[in-house]
Write a protein that binds this ligand. Sequence first.
Ligand SMILES: C[S@@+](CC[C@H](N)C(=O)[O-])C[C@H]1O[C@@H](n2cnc3c(N)ncnc32)[C@H](O)[C@@H]1O
Length: 282
Amino acid sequence: MKLEHHKQSVSSEKTAETYYDSAEADNFYFNIWGGEDIHIGLYEETKDIFKASRATVAHMANAIPGLNIDTQIIDFGSGYGGAARYLAKEYKCNVTCLNLSDVQNKTNRRLNIEQNLDNLISVVHGSFERLPGPAAKFDVVWSQDAILHSSNRERVIAQAWRALKPGGMMIYTDPMQADGCPPGVLQPVYDRIHLESLGSISFYKEVAEKCGFTNFCKEDMTHNLLTHYSRVLEELEKNYGPMCKTSSKNYIDRMLVGLRSWIDAANAGYLAWGIIKLTKPI
Ligand SMILES: C[S@@+](CC[C@H](N)C(=O)[O-])C[C@H]1O[C@@H](n2cnc3c(N)ncnc32)[C@H](O)[C@@H]1O
């Protein structure tokens, strides 16, 4: 990696780690965003954030053929490990949770032990920009709403390529900017979680094909982004008093501003979200 890129990567990793390790973020995400699942939900059948978030996991798992006891999965940016427990419980898959936040990793390990799943799930502290361990070890690279935090997304896709066995699949979701989004309009969106940019469908397609991935497949589900942020805003407003006590008033007030910025940008058609699938050819 070039020195300048290396410095940017280390600083975006540090920013994400500090952000998710804070007690305020831990409290907000675990209690309001979706519990053990902290990604955008699918709201076709429910308005409940926790159920909708779980529906995204189930929908993604359904999109992977032949998941079973022999399937080795790595989850890039695994948060509290909700997806890993679902995959281990429903399909008996082996899952490696790779995540930067030690605070989340601690909760993840505890929940795995409580649910007798620690034999199928290992939790590793680390970055998806510099993967530990040997190449070509996994059948599936899974990631939900985590790659947006990277300042070098091209490298993350290259790391997925390295991690996968030939014939393996990467499946991920990521909040993105819409193709054709005018320049300069997303700063309030970046500010909520200290980003410098967002990926886009066309960016990911180009980068994936450059790596050698085939069968680029996208399921555009952008409308769920707007619903999800609106529901999180509603819940946060409803629980404003207690949340100001457990996180701080300053954190919650900034979060309200940030959520409204994402809703405005989504309403203006500047954002995109969906499921992307890539195949590493044999
Ligand atoms: C919005 S959360 C999503 C968590 C989880 N995927 C889920 O859907 O519940 C984003 C996650 O990305 C993780 N993350 C951000 N940058 C990372 C990096 N460079 N390497 C590993 N994890 C990272 C954070 O620790 C956080 O858990």
